[in-house]
Write a protein that binds this ligand. Structure first.
Ligand code: FE2
Ligand code: FE2
Length: 418
């Protein structure tokens, strides 16, 4: 029997006979189809298809039960609650050990993502196996040590922004999911979306994407189309999870409805898109671009904090700030015994990170030290160290230590262009 039902009532196993949708625009793969995954239903909803005709002889009938949309909303609520309630997982290996492995993963990621973007630019099909293979390696690295890969991704050339930004956001999402104690499968699904969230930029003309000056309204409107373009790639890649589609389409939506492309508000934005948006903005504002210098991590956290009420799920943004830490890696700090060092990693206590000491300010001379876990030696940070007051030799010493961790950044502006 053919009958008309609301898209919200659909679930896996129902056969769609006709979309009842006049503006199908190439979305024909949804007609005469057995719904095999929840992703298909979510895509129909996002494309504004409110009602469809189903064939109950070729698939399941609609019975009064929880719909796919209701199920999705409940999953999102549960994930948010789990992310906010959990305690951070403890790193398995020290950052120094993981950095060497993470470096090889970074090289592989750059190659894989370059190939992926080339394939998309040519309109060919995504190689899902290589994307998932890469994400699993990145996830294993982050499980061993949450800080190493995101930190390495901070060191990059501004000329390859879209490429390095995508990998960086992927590694930040992995780290954030790890910090939130989320399940492996959920983490992988979200990280695939984060890695591919901006692939739609391959369809934006480079002279607009890399324009050094201010964009005109028309150019801005063209750039905004990248979210739709990314979502199209996700929708037509059948093996990608719904989270990838949701992230691609909605990573520029903002909690107060000021985002794009749909101006969604609050809980209308899925958990995966909410979480990725925080990582996306943090990476964008702390990165050097062809038209601006990125702000320091500390300044980036301040901006996130200021935007947390209006742009993000507030508690989730606070949790991200907690993960990056009050003392981000590379920050120069003074301990309460007047020893000076560089923050090299996180611990379970955001007030007492890992620190490598390099100067004794009481004796006025450089010192050599191993990485110290401040939670284990029982020493506290007294303050941020003011680099302005240092002489050239001390600055050189600090910079040589920091170069291995993160390029020194001093200036920049508020939320990035993208
Ligand atoms: Fe984007
Ligand atoms: Fe982005």
């Amino acid at each position: 029997m053919i009958k008309k039902v609301k898209t919200d009532q659909l679930r896996v196993g129902v056969f769609i006979d006709d979309l009842n949708f006049s503006n199908a625009k190439g979305k024909v793969f949804l007609s005469k189809t057995l719904i095999q995954t929840e992703k298909t239903i979510q895509i129909m909803r996002v494309w504004g298809i409110d009602e469809v005709f189903i064939d109950t002889e070729k698939g399941l009938d609609i019975k009064p039960a929880q719909s796919a949309i209701e199920t999705r909303k409940k999953i999102d609520r549960d994930l948010l609650q789990a992310a906010l309630m959990s305690s951070p997982q403890t790193p398995v290996v020290p950052i120094g050990e993981e950095l060497a492995i993470a470096q090889t993963i970074k090289v592989e990621a750059l190659n894989t993502m370059q190939r992926t973007m080339d394939v998309i630019a040519q309109g060919k099909e995504l190689d899902n196996d290589s994307v998932f293979g890469l994400i699993e390696k990145m996830a294993n690295s982050v499980t061993r040590n949450r800080d190493a890969l995101p930190l390495l991704m901070r060191i990059r050339s501004k000329d390859q922004y879209t490429l390095t930004h995508s990998i960086s956001v992927g590694s930040l999402v992995l780290a954030f999911c790890n910090f939130c104690g989320l399940a492996y499968e959920v983490t992988i699904n979200m990280a695939v979306g984060a890695l591919l969230h901006d692939v739609g930029k391959t369809r934006i003309p480079l002279h607009i994407l890399n324009k050094p000056g201010k964009l005109t309204q028309q150019e801005m409107d063209i750039i905004k189309k990248h979210a739709d373009f990314s979502a199209d790639v996700m929708a037509y890649s059948k093996e990608l999870p719904f989270e990838a589609f949701d992230i691609a389409l909605h990573h520029h939506e903002r909690h107060d409805g000021s985002g794009y492309p749909h101006g969604l508000k609050g809980d209308a934005i899925g958990f995966a898109a909410k979480l990725t948006a925080i990582c996306d903005v943090f990476d964008a504002i702390t990165s050097d671009r062809c038209y601006k210098t990125g702000v320091s991590e500390l300044a980036g956290l301040k901006t996130l904090y200021e935007l947390s009420d209006s742009h993000f799920e507030k508690e989730l943004a606070y949790k991200f700030i907690k993960m990056i830490g009050v003392y981000p890696i590379g920050t120069c700090v003074r301990l309460d015994n007047d020893l000076i060092g560089v923050v090299t990693g996180s611990t379970n206590n955001v007030q007492q990170p890992m620190v490598r000491l390099f100067y004794d300010d009481k004796k006025r001379k450089p010192i050599k030290s191993e990485e110290l876990d401040l939670t284990k030696v029982g020493v506290n940070i007294a303050s941020y160290e003011d680099l302005e007051s240092w002489d050239a030799d001390m600055l050189k010493l600090y910079k040589s230590l920091k170069t291995a961790l993160n390029p020194l950044k001093q200036t920049g502006s508020a939320e990035g262009r993208l």
